[in-house]
Design a protein around this ligand. Structure first.
Ligand SMILES: Cc1cc2nc3c(=O)[nH]c(=O)nc-3n(C[C@H](O)[C@H](O)[C@H](O)COP(=O)(O)OP(=O)(O)OC[C@H]3O[C@@H](n4cnc5c(N)ncnc54)[C@H](O)[C@@H]3O)c2cc1C
Length: 237
């Protein structure tokens, strides 16, 4: 049986948070009435909230997504590092790496089965995959096995992977609908796909950017200081 643990983790974390946003927003629209038991909103909010906790909390899902996704590239880089210690004997490994790198830079991973009407969405996904690969490789070079101690980075890598998965899932679904119903009847699926992909693409771009420029060290210092002080107390009081 194929291993779908990474896909399952992505679906669990992404869908439980999307459901939470939807019911939370629905309650906000209902406002005062939303908190009354006669209406379904407060119950939906309570029920949706727990999904982010049980069956593996979403923080743990993100760690799993990031670390299992980086395992393969990590092993390849470790093999490459060993190869550089004996470049003559291990020329094949170095050659394979350089060839894969050049091919990836030129071609990226292609979404070959997507409908041509979703060309922009497929291209956006391919760019995102390239950006994720570069981000992961840079992170592995910087931290090596200590990547285990970089939760902020893991969270971002996981969220990039989740938002790429959203794009590919939407393109696959809309393509299937176009093929089954024809372009005319699949208008709504295409609209939804384009909107979801646009949103996910923007999130990926933002996350890739802050993998490089962020205030992680500052946040760590604030957290350590607050923890050691037993809380934050305003100096004026
Ligand atoms: C309604 C309900 C039904 C449940 N039903 C079941 C059931 O049928 N079977 C069952 O086995 N369990 C069940 N549970 C338990 C549930 O699986 C656990 O509550 C859940 O796995 C979280 O574990 P915990 O409560 O011990 O939190 P902890 O593990 O103590 O975690 C506390 C918080 O810290 C975060 N955290 C922990 N480690 C890290 C880390 N390394 N990095 C970042 N953040 C971290 C967690 O994400 C969480 O937010 C149920 C819980 C509820 C609320």
């Amino acid at each position: 049986m194929k291993d779908f643990s990474l896909e399952s983790s992505i679906c669990k974390a992404y869908n439980t948070e999307t459901l939470w946003n939807i019911v939370n927003h629905a309650l906000q629209i209902a406002s005062g009435d939303g908190s009354l038991k006669e209406h379904p909103y407060e119950r939906l909010v309570r029920d949706a909230r727990v999904n982010m906790i049980f069956e593996g909390t979403n923080e743990i899902q993100r760690m799993f997504i990031a670390l299992s996704g980086m395992e393969g590239p990590g092993q390849k880089l470790a093999q490459l590092a060993r190869a550089f210690k004996d470049p003559i004997g291990e020329m094949g490994v170095i050659y394979d790496y350089v060839a894969a790198k050049v091919s990836h830079t030129v071609n990226a991973d292609r979404l070959t089965l997507s409908d041509p009407l979703l060309r922009d969405e497929a291209a956006g996904f391919e760019q995102g995959v390239k950006a994720l690969a570069a981000t992961v490789e840079a992170a592995l070079r910087k931290y090596g096995r200590h990547i285990m101690d970089e939760p902020f980075l893991q969270k971002r890598v996981a969220e990039i992977a989740m938002n790429l998965y959203v794009q590919v899932a939407c393109v696959a679904r809309a393509t299937a609908q176009i093929h089954a119903l024809g372009t005319e009847k699949a208008q709504m699926e295409m609209r939804l796909c384009k909107a979801a992909c646009r949103n996910a693409r923007a999130t990926v771009n933002q996350l890739v950017e802050i993998c490089d420029a962020n205030d992680d060290d500052e946040i760590r210092k604030i957290a350590n200081f607050t923890y050691k002080s037993g809380g934050y107390f305003c100096p004026l009081h």
